[in-house]
Each structure stands twice: as C-alpha cells, then as structure tokens.
Design a protein around this ligand. Structure first.
Ligand code: CP
Ligand code: NVA
Length: 314
C-alpha cells in the first residue's frame, strides 16, 4: 500500500502579517503566485494542509468575494472560519479584540475603513493579521490579479497593465506589485484622484530594480496604448458615498468603453476587482465582452488566498 508522503506545501513568510503588499518580499510574492497555480491545479493535495486551523474574519464593510473565498479557502485546506461584522474599536479597544482572537484562532483577516486599524490589530495580535481591504491597500485582490495576468499571457515580465479611473486602494496594490514583478503599469486618473504620492514613489523605486515602466497620466487613451490588460474599479469606494456626485462628474472621461478597449492591444483583456457599476467606470458591453476576465479574477481569489494562508500558517 502506498504510504502518503508528508509534504510541506509552502515556506513560511518572513513577515508574520500581511498588513499591506509590502509585507511580502518580491520573492515571496512570486512563491505565492506559483503556489496559487499549484493549489488551483491540484486542490486535493492541500485538502488537509491546515487541518485544525481557524481563521477569524472581521469585516467593517460589506463583501461577497473576499468573505466567501476566505471561508472556502480555509475549509478546503482542512480548517474552518468564524465571522464577525461591525465597526472595530467601538464596543471595545482594538488591542483587546486582537488579544481575544489570538487566543482562539490562528489568523485574522480584517476588512477595515482605516489602514491604521489593520496596523493596530497586527501590533497587538500574536497571530497573523491579513489585510482583507483597507482604505489604502487590497493585497489579496492583487495576488489574484497577477495570477490571472500570468495565466492569460504566460509570463508577467513585458506585460503592460493599464488602469483607468480612481487612484484608490486597488490601484495602490496593483502599483506596488506590478513595479516589483516587472509589469509595465500606466495609470490614468483625474488630477484630484491620483494614487498616493508615497506609493507612487515606492513603486518608482521598485521599478528601477525590476525594469518595469511606470507612467502616471490624466489621459486614458495614452495609458491604454499597447496595453495587454485594461483595469478599472469603482469611482466611489466603500466609505466615500458622501463624495458620490463630485466623483462621478470628474471621472466620466475615464469610463472603460469600447473606444478605450480599441486603443489597447487587439488581444487585451478587461479586468475589474468587482463589484462593478455598469455605466460608470465600465460600459456594460465591455464587462460582458469576450475580453472580460473579471470572473477569472474572482475565481483566482480562492486559489491565491489558499496559497497565502499556506505561506502564513503552515
Ligand atoms: N473584490 C472584492 O474584494 O470583492 P468584495 O468586496 O465582494 O469582497
Ligand atoms: N475600491 C473598492 C474595492 C472594492 C472591492 C472599495 O474600496 O470599495
């Protein structure tokens, strides 16, 4: 009878938390993407890798994809999850929340309004804290996105990703990872909604090392020239509802429509983290076109987060 081989699926990450994309080194980022592909092609191999491990999900804002894929990921690795929704720091201090959860669970995935809440949880928690979206970053989304890009184009180096719209949390994570992975990244935003200057300067430093070309412009047609992928996200992120009218009025020229897609490469794909607002950041015919990779991205959230959990918890 064949004896099962004990297999260590992943090496532990040097940082114990994923507060932002920067908690992964470039090498770890590539390892997570490789492991995400391995998990996707042979999920059974990892079915008990995290047996007996529990993940706490703490969400201050709504979620479909992130919540479901973390719950499914930990279950499909042999573990389980618990979920709580509500504003952190209101009923009791964040440092107490962290020091309760770390007695019961092996990791905390938190979706917060403020990046500071993620930092505070990580400071006080004895178990890994994973950023499941904050006002500044969305690192779990970026993992799935670069997995998707690599699947579509075979490799990442030499690929050009263009982003149109709001220079937000999703844009920040794409910038920080594209610039390290050697993916050319052009971002077109209105002047008032550019990505954070600190993230742009960090990304430009990374790009010197990786050879990626980073371009900031206000012209969406310039950004998408020769792009392999055109990415957009909502103009009004969760928590920005009071700014809706001003944001919509300013960002109309950045809607990804057929004119924008035609200015990219012939084989360009359309990407969006979802949820999407059809008729705002994306025209309905683009998100529903053959070029749309949005559900591939959503699927890969599951595989990429399994890889992340393996790297943090095994
Ligand atoms: N893309 C994403 O994070 O989706 P949810 O807000 O549904 O989790
Ligand atoms: N930028 C969006 C992403 C949602 C997944 C938000 O923060 O609401």
């Amino acid at each position: 009878m064949a004896v099962p081989i004990m297999h260590k699926a992943a090496r532990k990450m040097a940082q114990s938390h994923l507060r932002s994309d920067l908690d992964m080194t470039t090498g770890e980022l590539t390892e997570i993407l490789d492991l995400a592909d391995a998990v996707k092609s042979n999920p059974k191999r990892y079915a008990t890798a995290l047996a007996g491990r529990y993940l706490a999900l703490l969400f201050e804002k709504p979620s479909l994809r992130t919540r479901m894929t973390f719950e499914l990921a930990i279950k499909q690795l042999g573990g389980d999850s618990v979920f709580a929704e509500g504003r952190l720091g209101e009923r009791e201090p964040i440092e107490d929340v962290a020091r309760n959860l770390d007695r019961w669970t092996h990791a905390i995935a938190a979706r917060t309004f403020s990046q500071q809440t993620i930092e505070d949880l990580a400071r006080w928690s004895a178990v890994p804290v994973i950023n499941a979206l904050s006002d500044m970053y969305h690192p779990c989304q970026a993992l799935a996105d670069f997995q998707t890009l690599r699947e579509k184009f075979g490799e990442l180096r030499g690929v050009k990703l263009a982003y149109c719209g709001d220079g937000n949390n999703v844009a920040h994570s794409l910038l920080l990872n594209a610039s390290r992975l050697g993916v050319d990244f052009s971002i077109a935003t209105p002047a008032a909604y550019q990505p954070h200057a600190k993230i742009v300067s960090q990304s430009c430093e990374f790009a010197k090392e990786s050879g990626a070309k980073i371009v900031l412009t206000q012209d969406p047609l310039e950004a998408v020239q020769a792009a392999h992928a055109v990415y957009t996200d909502v103009w009004i992120s969760m928590g920005q509802e009071a700014e809706s009218e001003r944001r919509k009025a300013t960002m109309i020229p950045y809607q990804v429509d057929e004119r924008i897609m035609t200015a990219a490469r012939k084989d360009a794909i359309f990407m969006h983290c979802l949820p999407a607002k059809r008729g705002q950041e994306v025209a309905p015919e683009v998100i529903e076109s053959r070029a749309s990779a949005v559900f591939d991205q959503a699927e890969n959230r599951l595989h990429a987060q399994k890889a992340l959990l393996l790297m943090l918890l095994q």
